[in-house]
Design a protein around this ligand. Structure first.
Ligand code: PMP
Length: 397
């Protein structure tokens, strides 16, 4: 039987890549494919303690409905984390979300009519495209280099797309490339958004996972006209299962997102919000983040060392200053999707994410996203060695 689906569902389709990645779930395969944090670093005992405590809170408070924009104490704590990071805001400016992913969905639903244009980095985060697609946007893209979105090309893209409504960016340790938007470009991006009257959607789940160098100001802190929607998340700095993210935005935008929150799911889980809030009161999140930074830095170095040792010379990888991913550029003509299906998975027993999927308009086949946070150090070494051998025989034959 075929049902008559709404038009927006034409863009809501399973992707071939997802099917390919599902093969990577086989335990005999070393996966560099996911974007998972290292589960061995989850603060299990501390989470156990806070959940245990809040579940017995007086009056069943943590088991009850809560305000749809989030528990007041948690909104305060998030505002204080934002202020400590240089972004001036109060609890009133914070909307608690079901992961930052929900903010991507809401931003598109709030701002995009069919055929309006969303400007993204090229490549960009696949999950954002999945969230935006039901709003039926068109995409226009701006290439990325070592300093993030090439803002000198953004102006031309804005001019060519009068229906541009939103610029989506992951400024810190971008997914998929790992690159960070320079300060100069942050300022240029804000100036162009002001000049062309578009909203900026700033998505920052990796922001605090910095290995080296100085933190750069958020776009929100550089926002002069209240047009930046900043998204943050506890997924990478605490645990993804809490499903707690947030938006910081000007009152008008935040109020409308709050209305979409009511429509979507009434509120984020009270229990999870209460546990996160008690965690922040009782423990030092910065200490935990320091542990993550040093563990992921070490894994990143292990991976890049292994890549230098085993990959053919003409494959370039980024050396990210933070985050969870490196991005490989293969020679022109190489197809990372067919190589994964025909060689990497069945022979090397290794998975990565073929890069084509991250390009919203014109897929480019010769790239791959490689994750270093989830696999163990031993698996990083043996998986990269196996992948390197497979690549060498491919390029020699
Ligand atoms: N944005 C980016 C760039 C991501 O990589 C992810 C997930 N890895 C998300 C948003 C969504 O994260 P969450 O909903 O878990 O906060």
């Amino acid at each position: 039987m075929t049902f008559r689906y709404a038009q927006r569902m034409a863009r809501v389709q399973p992707s071939a890549i997802r099917e390919l990645l599902a093969l990577g779930a086989d335990p005999s395969i070393i996966s560099f494919g996911g974007g998972y944090p290292d589960a061995t670093l989850f603060p299990v005992d501390k989470l156990d303690a806070v959940f245990h405590e809040v579940i017995r809170a007086p009056g069943g408070a943590a088991l009850q409905y809560a305000p749809s924009n989030g528990l007041p104490r948690l909104r305060e704590q998030i505002a204080s984390l934002m202020r400590a990071d240089g972004t001036d805001c109060t609890a009133d400016d914070v909307l608690v979300l079901q992961g930052s992913q929900q903010g991507l969905d809401f931003a598109a639903r709030m701002l995009i009519d069919p055929d309006d244009v969303i400007i993204t980095e090229d490549p960009t985060f696949l999950g954002a495209l999945i969230a935006f697609d039901p709003s039926q946007p068109r995409y226009a893209t701006v290439p990325v280099d070592a300093d993030g979105m090439q803002t000198d090309q953004l102006e031309a893209v804005l001019r060519a797309n009068p229906r541009a409504r939103m610029i989506y960016t992951v400024p810190d340790f971008q997914n998929p490339t790992g690159v960070t938007l320079s300060l100069e470009r942050r300022k240029a991006l804000i100036a162009l958004a002001n000049a062309h009257d578009v909203i900026v959607l700033e998505d920052t789940p990796y922001r605090h996972i910095r290995f080296t160098g100085q933190s750069l100001p958020t776009l929100k802190s550089l926002d002069t006209e209240g047009r930046v929607i900043h998204l943050g998340s506890f997924s990478k700095v605490l645990v993804p299962a809490l499903r707690i993210g947030w938006a910081v935005a000007s009152p008008d935008l935040l109020e409308r997102m709050g209305l979409l929150k009511v429509a979507a799911d009434t509120q984020t889980s009270t229990l999870n919000m209460a546990a996160a809030s008690l965690f922040l009161d009782r423990y030092d999140l910065d200490d935990h983040i320091a542990t993550l930074r040093s563990a992921y830095r070490h894994k990143k170095e292990t991976m890049l060392d292994a890549i230098r040792q085993h990959f053919p010379q003409d494959i370039h990888v980024t050396d990210p200053e933070g985050g969870l991913f490196t991005w490989a550029t293969f020679p022109e003509g190489f197809d990372a999707t067919t190589f994964m299906r025909d060689v990497a998975l069945p022979q090397a027993r290794v998975a990565y994410v073929p890069g084509a999927t991250f390009f919203p308009v014109t897929p480019r086949p010769n790239y791959a996203r490689i994750n270093f946070s989830a696999p163990s150090e031993a698996n990083i070494r043996s998986g990269i060695a196996a992948l390197g051998e497979a690549l060498k025989s491919h390029f020699l034959s």
